[in-house]
Design a protein around this ligand. Sequence first.
Ligand code: RFL
Length: 393
Amino acid sequence: SRRPVVIVGAGPAGLTVGNILRAAGVDCLVLEAGTRAFIEQRPRAGVIEEWAVRGLEQRGLGGNLTARAQRHTECEFRFDGRGHRFDYGGLTGRHHWVYPQPWLVTDLVHEYADVRGGAIRFGVRDVRLHDLDSDRPSVSYTDPDSGERQLVRCDFVAGCDGARGASRAALPERARISRHDYGIGWLALLAEAPPSSDCVLFGMHPDGFAGHMARGPGLTRYYLQCPPGDDPDDWPDERVWDELQRRLHAADRPPLTRGPLLEKRVLDMHNYVVEPMVYGRLLLAGDAAHLVAPIAAKGMNLALNDAFLLGDGLVAHLTEGDDTGLDGYAEACLRRVWDYQEFSQWLSEIYHGLSHGDPFRAGTARARLRRLFTSPAAAAAFAEQYLGTAGAY
Ligand code: RFL
């Protein structure tokens, strides 16, 4: 068979590209390794920036989100046994949205497959990309029902299959991959418990960072810094809650609301950026092109930014013969990517500096932290970067 575009991966990036193409009447096929139920439930991100929500709305994809998402205007830093509120909404007039990634994926799959009539195959295996440097690329995969290999010819392949997908495996030698490893692990936790605060909490403690992010009325994400590669089995629920309570303790705040822990995963904090993001007819988007450790909650936002630019660029090329969007695609994405990478690194020092064991780094991390509460200029700069409005992207 033949389609103008094959999209590999049905995450936020791939599904957004697919929806944009379908809205313009462009035929495409999405190939996804997971089942529909699996991708609709996989817990991950939750913080979506205002510009990204506006981008979804402009493409008819924001309906459920704006009706159901929580609006956040403050975060709180906890250190030295006290809570310090940071009112970024008051400073900038802007806000964040909290909307769990599986909800967004559920909305996007529904809109793509059930409303816009987009083709999608779930459970595909062994996806391979072919002839990317020619003008007749193709994608092959094993069909889960028949067990047979299928080949789809296309004009473009959108590589949206995340950090461990077929697109990254297909990158040629000329790809330059810049990496940064923080040498730190985070135990990512999902608690079946109401949030313990009405805003995001960042705990800076000599024993390590701890974080709290509401996901919904009965679901809360927590993070605990741990050694990279730590075994989640060494973290029984009681140990987790005691440690969270210690690191997020503030004399002027109520204790955490405990509950069963549904997910415990150790994430090794590292980043990479693949440059360029285009290889012949393969265009990368989202985590396939760049990974940013969840330190600043930026990954899904970058995936959406890529997807807007890629979807719009493909539509302009395929329907009007206008190549400006595709020609400038990688450069436009990478401006925001590098800006967010830099902010994550800057923020990481605040989160992890106190527990590094080096009193010099602890001293400078504390100074960086205090400056947010003493210098209006520093506070404004932080707010812009936290909200993703700092650059002329
Ligand atoms: P995804 O979401 O990984 O989707 C890729 C899809 O491709 C499929 N796939 C394949 N399909 C076919 N063939 C193959 N060979 C395939 N290999 C993989 C996968 O099954 C999947 O469905 O990539 P995408 O679309 O680029 O989206 C990126 C985001 O998912 C990611 O950046 C965020 O989750 C990162 N992130 C956060 N980002 C935020 O903006 N705000 C947050 O608050 C936030 N919190 C987080 C996070 C990531 C986390 N983890 C688990 C790393 C919290 C956590 C714990």
